[in-house]
Design a protein around this ligand. Sequence first.
Ligand SMILES: [Zn+2]
Length: 515
Amino acid sequence: MPSASLLPENDPSVLFTTAGMQQFKQYYTAPENALRDFGTKNVATVQKCVRTSDIDEVGDDTHHTFLEMLGNFSFGGYGKQEAIEYAHEFITKELGLQIDYVSVFGGDKDIPADNESQIIWQKIDKNLKIKGHGKEDNFWGPTGKEGPCGSTTEIYINGVEIWNIVFNEFYKTREGAYNKLPVLGIDTGMGLERLLTIVQNKKNNYETDLFNNEKTREERIVADHTKAALFLASDGIKPGNTGAGYVLRRLIRRAVRFSKAPLGKKIQKIKNTYSNTYMLDDKGEIEKEEKKFRETLEKGMKEFEKRTDPFILFTTYGFPIELTTELAHEQGRKVDLEDFNKKMTEHQKLSQTSSAGMFKGGLQSHDPKTIKLHTAHHLLLAALQNVVDKNIKQRGSNINEERLRMDFLCNHKLLDEEKKKVEDWVNDKIKVGLEVVRRDLPFEKARKIGAEMEFGAKYPDAVSVYFIEDKNGGSVSKEFCAGPHVLNTKELGHFKILKEEAVSQGIRRLKAVLE
Ligand SMILES: [Zn+2]
């Protein structure tokens, strides 16, 4: 099967395609459709993927924002025996590589050990070292609170995990039960960049045919980001201020910042590298964005060096605050985000527009789970401000049926005890049952009472503000927001933080769920 687009077609829960199985998700629960759609239950792909969660790591030997995933998939076709045999044959015979060891699921209180895989491996090679691991390492999914999941077996070469084979065997229910799926699904993933480094006997990914032996961190960031940008733009994404477009814009701008030469030559080189496989054509979008940004950069850098106020850098020179924080960090300086936010809020007041069409903040999906998570999102922001730092501001958000995600300005990684306190704060507000009330107010009044605004958004003269009211006539949260929300926080269930990580210098990202 051909690679799916980097922009997922029917999956609003993710910004980009990040794994080979993504385009096949639905076939694991309805395997008969695979036969109808592909004429077979067994397929294989080389899937383009973009992952931005490790963007700060790009520049080392192994992390990329763009990568290709090799994978074979079966929806009730072949089983564990064949999947493991194929993997062994491909690695040892086709590629002629020596396996260090393999790992299998060692079992836990929910699910017994995967003895079947262990026996299959032993039969193939009785000298093979087999390690048993728990759910942490050898169990995949579900991606949300419910869905297909199962044990995995992994192949290691030179101490590096090279291939992950997932056996989609169970459906985990919301209540936590593992029910057997009607048929076994196979889902495998092997990163091409990592594999090639081993096959070509290189020291790092940049020495392989997929790159041009970039040595410094800066060169590598330029190579990686330009490649990701070219693939994204070739899939029809344009640089913009939201969603996928915003990520593309940031990738281009970061590449420009680290590249002394114009990106044109680099773009041509990448096109040549992939010319046998992909038709790459960004329609000049990258160089258009580059030209604009170089002008901004030139003027802004001069001002940055003069230590001009970050707020002036942003409003007068269009110099993004992320860039100011990143540059300052490299020089061992800190940016006063509190001061910047204060000035931004003032500025929003001055530059407000009555164009109601620009009033954002609504939800994309109105199903009950998403609405609950939306209310939890408001509580979370209030919790961060109450528990961690009163100056924390939201910088981006994304909510789907499964989880909420919030980006916020904060200069440090949250401590475990801070995360615990935030959870407790939110769960306390859920437990006592607070009413959620919408009020339509003039913009000026809403601003005066300190309602949270979306960063950089422009608002009309009349706005709607959601209050989560406390029991004393005050409120624990007030946000400019178009809703919808639950009526009372007691509807929410139990709030839990899944993950906290850096998005870029000074911006943290939190993912959380309701159980
Ligand atoms: Zn909201």
